[in-house]
Structure formats: structure tokens, C-alpha cells
Design a protein around this ligand. Structure first.
Ligand SMILES: Cc1cc2nc3c(=O)[nH]c(=O)nc-3n(C[C@H](O)[C@H](O)[C@H](O)COP(=O)(O)OP(=O)(O)OC[C@H]3O[C@@H](n4cnc5c(N)ncnc54)[C@H](O)[C@@H]3O)c2cc1C
Length: 426
């Protein structure tokens, strides 16, 4: 059956066959897809295996989650909380698969405290393109373990993982919200903040509006047995209409700022604090049929202010309006993942409406952040050149050697072709 595969930002690849079933004999040149929440082309290819049906296992025992890779984070998190545990690292949406989380080595709002998810993976089963299933852990098949965490699905198919959990510290969070008056102040306050979770917001459409949200669990676990993540109140229909405009977003940002300032000292649900964007299902459709793009990069503390200011000036000069801008601080806890994204410093994610030529502009931005040692996040990337990728990821060649030892071109994605991550057959 013919069809299109989309990523979250609406990048598309035409597929001669919409699905290859996991059980079916795999043909060469297939990619793996979780729930398609990556923004660029990591989950795209003309042949894909969807892991969403691969969901046999989900249990928690002695503080360890054993889970199939196709299970969604929301299902796993509910199960963990009900049993008195929490997944130590969660990204900003509950609609990712466990396989997608491991393959991107995701980070959360607590990177300084817990690092990336890769640090919490005790082991996983990996189905190699050869058909052999390997048990990988920090002490078994270590090279493959390290290349798979953050490795964007090119070493094999992640089947089942064991994840170390943390003891639950509450089912709600006490939120603090302040309004720094400059980017410098926001970065300084993020750095000084000692709460477990923190994130910054910046209004790039109205000057001098910044918010810092930080939070800790409230210590009350009495209602854990009934814990459920709230579901979205609204759904954006697939009408291919562009709902956003700069003028509307300018207004929206002003009211968002006002409303959230009042949230200082409030109690927030897990869904509200960790997954605010999930409050509107299919919010990506608000950008219309052209979709959008996100430029997310990390840069060290000493360069952050100058580098971010240069990036913002570039958007301004080129008339590219960032509708949403989120800043996180990152600590120095290392990940086993060879292509893990974060390092000590700050990451900034800017969402912009897509237009033709935008990806070339993003390559110009790479040239601005590279001299500062900046690095683009592969889970959001659809534009990097192979050369910039190698300069940003110092372990790229070690990673490629390990991928080449198990994947002779059987597994490939649009990203893998663009960044020369695998040797393509023929
Ligand atoms: C609203 C939103 C907020 C986000 N916030 C954050 C955040 O705070 N922090 C963060 O780190 N990321 C964040 N992300 C990015 C997201 O966590 C990653 O892109 C994640 O990989 C998506 O998971 P997925 O299941 O949708 O995987 P897909 O997008 O389908 O695939 C992503 C990659 O994983 C590989 N893969 C998937 N499953 C498997 C498997 N079973 N075996 C081998 N490879 C596999 C794919 O080949 C692909 O390379 C966010 C995304 C959204 C939409």
C-alpha cells in the first residue's frame, strides 16, 4: 500500500509500501519507526518497520521496569507510578515509545540531576540485521550498547529493555515561576536553581519576556494507586489550515507570560508540568500543511550568552520568527551513548514555521554555533551536513565503525543517508 511517512514537524517521505510488518521477512534498506515524534528525518525512510505493535511486556519489579520497545511512555509511566516508582528521565511528551527514547538518548528537565535515559538503562535485547538477538548491557556487548543508546536506530531493532527506576517522590509537583528580565538573568537563575526540575521560556516575539519554571515533587504519594496521566482537552483537526501567524503568536505569548506568572507556588499535575504541549493533541497541525522546524542546540556555559544572542540575531535578520523558545540547563553526568546530545551548558530549542529554503538557512546557523562548540540534537535534526555532524559529535567515527560491523546497509533512514551514518549497499 502506498503512502507517506511524516515526522512530527511534517517532513514527509513517500513510501512504496506503507508498512513492513515486524513479523514479515525484512528486506534490505529498512528503517525503524517508534511513534514518529522526532522532528527531522530520523524516523523517515521509504521502507519502515513500525514498532508500535511490538508491546508484549510491561512490568515493574524491585524498582526495575521491563518493557517492550513499542510501549508508549505514558503507559509505562502510569504503571511505574502506580507501583511507587518514577522513570528517572522523561522528555517533553508522553507519546514517545521506549525504543525511541533509548535511540535518541532523551534528556528531561532534570539533566543536571539524572543525566540522560542512557544512564538508567540496565540492559536491552537488540535484534541485529543478521537476525541474531543480542543481550547488551554496560558489561555485555558494550560497544553495541554504547552505539545503540542515542544511535538513532541503526545498530539493530531494540526489542525489550530493563530500566532502573527511582522511588516516587510524589504524584504532583510544587512549581515556582519567576520572570527574569534578561537572557543573562535567565541563564544565571537556571544555573543557580537547585530544584530537581527546571526549564526556561523566552518570548522571541515580544522583547524582554522570560520565565523560569522550576519544581520538585510534593512528597505525597498517597494517591499513587489511582494515578493516570490526564488526556488532551483539545484535538487539532487535520484541515491543513495554518492557524498560527506572528501577530497571533505575539498576542498568545503575552497572555502565556501573564498566566504563568500567576502559577508561582501552584501545585501541578505530572502531565501539566512535564508534558504541557500534550494538552493539545496534534498541536503540530497548528502550523498548517507546510509544518514547522525546530533548531535545538547545546552550548557550554561560558559561550551560551554570546552564542544564543548571535542565533537570535540571525533569526531576526532573516525574518524567521521563533514562535516558541525553550531553554534547559545541562549538567556533566556522562552518558554511555556515543552520540548522546547534551553536555554541560545550556540547550535552546526554537520552533519556527517551515518555508522553502529554511533548511539551508539552518546550515548557516550551524556555522554560527560551531565556533562556539555548539551541537545540534539529532532527534530534532533534518538539515545538518555530514561534515557539520562530524564536527559536532567527536565520537562519530567510533560510532560509524560499530554500526558498520553489524549493519551493512540493511538498516537505513533518511537521516542515515544524509549524514553518511551507514554504508549503503550497491
Ligand atoms: C512535544 C515534544 C517534546 C519533546 N521533548 C523532548 C525532550 O524534552 N527531550 C528529548 O530528549 N527529546 C524530546 N523530544 C524528542 C523525542 O523524545 C525523540 O524524538 C524520540 O526519539 C521520539 O520517540 P518516538 O518513539 O516517536 O521515535 P521516532 O521518532 O519514531 O524514532 C526516533 C529514532 O528512534 C529510532 N527507533 C525508534 N524505535 C526504535 C527501536 N525499537 N529500535 C531501534 N531504533 C528505534 C528510529 O529509527 C529513529 O531513529 C520531544 C518530542 C516532541 C514531539
Amino acid at each position: 500500500m502506498k503512502g507517506n511517512w511524516n515526522s512530527w514537524t511534517n517532513r514527509k517521505v513517500e513510501a512504496p509500501e506503507k508498512f513492513i510488518d515486524f513479523e514479515q521477512k525484512v528486506v534490505d534498506g529498512f528503517g525503524i519507526r517508534g511513534n514518529g515524534r522526532s522532528y527531522g528525518d530520523a524516523c523517515l525512510n521509504d521502507r519502515l518497520i513500525s514498532m508500535l505493535k511490538y508491546r508484549n511486556t510491561l512490568h515493574v519489579e524491585n524498582g526495575i521496569l521491563t518493557v517492550s520497545s513499542g510501549i508508549l511512555l505514558n503507559e509505562a509511566l502510569e504503571k511505574c507510578v502506580q507501583k511507587g516508582f518514577f522513570i528517572p528521565v522523561i522528555p517533553g511528551t508522553q507519546f514517545v515509545t521506549i525504543g525511541g527514547m533509548i535511540a535518541a538518548d532523551v534528556h528531561g528537565k532534570n539533566h543536571s540531576k539524572n543525566g540522560t535515559i542512557g544512564r538508567w538503562i540496565l540492559s536491552f535485547q537488540l535484534l541485529l540485521p543478521s537476525g541474531e538477538a543480542l543481550h547488551c548491557s554496560p558489561t555485555e556487548n558494550t560497544a553495541l550498547f554504547n552505539a545503540t543508546i542515542g544511535g538513532m536506530g541503526l545498530t539493530g531493532i531494540l526489542l525489550e529493555a530493563k530500566i532502573q527506576l527511582e522511588t516516587l517522590q510524589g504524584t504532583r509537583l510544587n512549581q515556582q515561576c519567576s520572570a527574569p528580565t534578561s537572557l543573562k538573568q535567565l541563564l544565571d537563575e537556571l544555573k543557580a536553581d537547585s530544584n530537581d526540575f527546571s526549564v526556561g521560556w523566552m518570548d522571541c516575539l515580544n522583547s524582554n519576556r522570560f520565565l523560569l519554571f522550576s519544581a520538585n515533587f510534593d512528597g505525597n504519594t498517597s494517591s499513587k494507586a489511582q494515578f493516570k496521566l490526564t488526556s488532551a482537552k483539545w484535538n487539532v483537526p487535520n484541515w491543513k489550515i495554518k492557524w498560527f501567524s506572528s501577530r497571533l503568536m505575539k498576542w498568545y505569548n503575552k497572555s502565556y507570560f501573564k498566566k504563568n506568572l500567576q502559577s508561582d507556588g501552584s501545585s501541578q499535575s505530572v502531565a501539566n508540568y512535564f508534558f504541557p504541549l500534550d494538552g493539545i493533541r496534534n498541536w503540530n497541525r497548528l502550523y498548517g500543511k507546510n509544518g514547522f522546524y525546530q533548531y535545538q542546540f547545546v552550548v557550554d556555559e561560558s559561550s551560551a550568552l554570546t552564542c544564543i544572542e548571535k542565533v537570535l540575531a540571525f533569526f531576526d535578520l532573516n525574518n524567521i520568527p521563533p514562535y516558541l523558545c525553550v531553554i534547559k540547563k545541562h549538567g556533566d553526568l556522562p552518558s554511555p551513548g556515543l552520540l548522546s546530545f547534551p553536555f554541560k551548558g545550556f540547550s535552546i530549542a526554537l520552533d519556527v514555521p517551515y518555508h522553502e529554503g529554511l533548511l539551508l538557512k539552518m546550515q548557516e546557523l550551524d556555522d554560527i554555533i560551531l565556533p562556539f562548540g555548539g551541537r545540534v540534537y539529532l532527534a530534532k535534526d533534518g538539515h545538518l551536513s555530514a561534515d557539520s555532524f562530524e564536527r559536532m559529535y567527536p565520537k562519530a567515527s567510533e560510532y560509524k565503525t560499530i554500526v558498520a560491523s553489524v549493519n551493512k546497509g540493511e538498516m537505513v533512514t533518511t537521516m542515515a543517508k544524509r549524514l553518511n551514518l551507514v554504508t549503503i549497499k550497491g
